[in-house]
Design a protein around this ligand. Structure first.
Ligand code: TXA
Ligand code: MG
Length: 327
């Protein structure tokens, strides 16, 4: 990407405009985190309720203290271990941080993304960029510049094209503002990996877990989140064959997203899409594939449920949120 393009993006941000930019996870819809009107535009363009706080992206660990206070040794350890990378750390905010960024809470989410274009933009800007995923509220996060354009069109002043995102799923969010670490949103950095760094057990927030059912507004608290427009359902591998037998012409055509080699009879108007059995590749391809399928106007998208082990945890979480189902 040309220096002039980065300079143009900086000018737009300074003037209170919106710049969509690539990160390794998904594309972000960026605004100057200190600019009230610019932050407000993010909510308007995304049609997002104001009680969902934004992540502030920074370029270096040194900038942490500009935004957060009471940063524990463990929080710093995580920042050093994973940044730049797909981890968002929730910390106690500095008093100046806009209430619109934090949804009125006394905490702030911070992250250094690992993408050359994002890092160039953040360094050139020299201050925090608030950025949610660059999609309309509840829609799938975009993993290409074309997907950002399809979501937001000309409502964004500039879209920086940094190619397809390498990770493809949103960052892991860990709350380090309390007495013990809590994962609020699983991501490709697993609880297992974080446990090794911190040498302490961490809690995974479950919506049905009364211990952590604090009023934290975090990803996917809304019924349908990360969702395609087409009706989408999750089905266990063992029930797929049986399910296919129950289909009537009115149910067709359907797209069937599988990842196992499970044998299934070929049926007319049931298009099987074989995803990778490797969770890292599956995560990379998931949103992009769902977007393509959405454009083809199937009656339904059926997704084979993924394994329950930790390497699939973030994917399982997003599939549950995309389908509104519990498995
Ligand atoms: O990978 C990502 O995290 C991407 C890229 C662009 O960095 N961003 C992203 O942002 O997914 P967004 O806004 O779509 O999701 C961030 C989630 C929101 O659901 C929000 O509720 C939660 O982070 N969040 C932000 N600040 C928080 C805070 N102070 N406390 C609790 N949750 C917070
Ligand atoms: Mg989002």
């Amino acid at each position: 990407m040309r220096d002039a393009t980065i300079a143009q993006a900086v000018k737009i941000l300074q003037a209170g405009g919106l710049v969509a930019f690539p990160t390794e996870t998904v594309y972000g819809l960026g605004a100057d985190a200190r600019h009230e009107d610019a932050v407000s535009k993010i909510f308007t363009v995304k049609e997002r309720p104001h009680d969902h706080p934004l992540i502030v992206h920074i370029a270096t660990i040194d900038e942490l203290t500009e935004w957060a206070q009471d940063i524990s040794a463990d929080a710093l350890l995580l920042a050093q271990a994973y940044w730049p990378g797909p981890l968002t750390i929730i910390l106690k905010k500095q008093p100046h941080v806009l209430a619109s960024v934090t949804a009125g809470q006394d905490t702030i989410g911070l992250r250094i993304p690992n993408h050359p274009v994002a890092l160039r933009l953040l360094r050139a800007y020299g201050s925090g960029i608030a950025a949610p995923s660059a999609n309309k509220f509840t829609h799938l996060s975009p993993t290409t510049a074309a997907a950002v354009y399809a979501e937001l069109g000309n409502q964004v002043d500039l879209i920086l094209d940094g190619g397809p995102c390498t990770v493809g799923l949103e960052s892991t969010i860990i709350d380090m503002s309390g007495s013990q670490p809590v994962i609020l949103r699983p991501g490709m950095i697993s609880a297992e990996s974080i446990t090794k760094v911190l040498k302490t057990n961490i809690t995974l927030q479950r919506q049905d877990n009364p211990v952590s059912a604090k009023k934290i507004r975090t990803a996917g608290m809304h019924h349908l989140h990360y969702a395609p427009l087409t009706k989408t359902a999750l089905i266990h591998s063992a029930h797929l064959a049986e399910f296919l037998k129950t289909l009537t012409p009115n149910d067709l055509p359907i797209a069937l997203l599988t990842h196992s080699q499970y044998f299934l009879p070929k049926i007319k108007n049931v298009d099987r899409i074989n995803m990778s059995a490797d969770p890292i590749i599956y995560a990379h391809d998931l949103y992009h594939t769902l977007r393509l399928l959405d454009e083809r106007h199937y009656r339904q998208i059926i997704i084979e449920a993924v394994p329950k082990d930790t390497s699939w945890e973030a994917i399982h979480d997003r599939l549950i949120k995309a389908t509104g189902m519990k498995l």
